[in-house]
Design a protein around this ligand. Structure first.
Ligand code: FE2
Length: 260
């Protein structure tokens, strides 16, 4: 029953806009793509970009310098226009000429074990980064409110304890990966981390759930400003967390669970 709820929830969330992707090789593909990808560093142009197709490379929801001083302009620019774009391009290449071209992104993600590693890595990178950008906003931070705050306190005893556990998930992720706040099929919040470009929606995830908040802990997310000090980047992340977006995702996820 719970599995059915989760599948329905993932489908609903997918239709509500989580249409991204997964990519990668064992190494960061952006390094190989840096010279080839066209970089649009004009924020105004980004806002007017049209979707190429249903696998849209979404415009960054703010300017490159909007998260300063917590996440610097150059990091955001390279992260979005080089790394994220490379995952997207590699994903599109990986699905070219296959049945995946006509599939819903969420169907690919939740059945990721059926597909080549290039789809898992690059599709994951495509999807996760879009989710990450929208998990942050200029002048973010502060505290969640309403039902989300209540749920966080209920699950983690306090907001500070939640922050500690989420931060620890990012700090202790060996190598590259992500920290997540998710909703499980019973409607309970949990924190996890995933390696490389995996995420909790994938059928290969240790614990599956609907993602509500994510934090990229790949070195490319922080190295230019924080060098090897991942913990400092994680501390800074809380100043740009987009709690309005997370609250909206939480409401949507709860509704999707309640429909079945
Ligand atoms: Fe990244």
């Amino acid at each position: 029953m719970n599995k059915i709820k989760l599948v329905v929830a993932i489908t609903v969330v997918g239709f509500l806009g989580l249409q991204y992707t997964f990519i990668e090789q064992t190494q960061d593909p952006a390094k190989d793509q840096m010279k080839n990808n066209q970089t649009n560093n004009d924020t105004n142009k980004q806002k007017t970009m049209k979707p190429i197709n249903k696998f849209e490379f979404k415009p960054l929801p703010y300017s490159y310098d909007a998260l300063e001083p917590f996440i610097d302009k150059l990091t955001v620019e390279i992260h979005y226009s080089k790394h994220h774009k490379a995952y997207y391009d590699n994903f599109m290449n990986a699905i070219k000429g296959t049945d995946m071209e006509s599939m819903d992104m969420m169907d690919i993600i939740r059945n990721i074990s059926k597909y080549p590693m290039a789809v898992r890595n690059n599709g994951g990178g495509y999807f996760n980064h879009t989710f990450y950008w929208e998990s942050m906003k200029p002048n973010g931070g502060g505290l969640p409110t309403g039902k989300l705050k209540e749920a966080i306190v209920k699950s983690f005893s306090s907001f500070d304890e939640f922050k500690k556990q989420f931060s620890d998930a990012g700090k202790t992720r060996f190598g590259s990966g992500w920290a997540w706040l998710c909703l499980d099929p019973k409607g309970t919040l949990f924190i996890c981390s995933t390696p490389n470009q995996d995420n909790p929606l994938m059928d290969i995830a240790e614990k599956k759930g609907i993602p509500l908040l994510t934090m990229d802990v790949w070195e490319h997310a922080y190295y230019l400003k924080y060098q090897n000090k991942r913990a400092d980047y994680i501390d800074a992340f809380w100043n740009v967390a987009n709690w309005e977006e997370v609250a909206g995702r939480y409401e949507t996820a709860l509704k999707s669970l309640s429909t079945k």
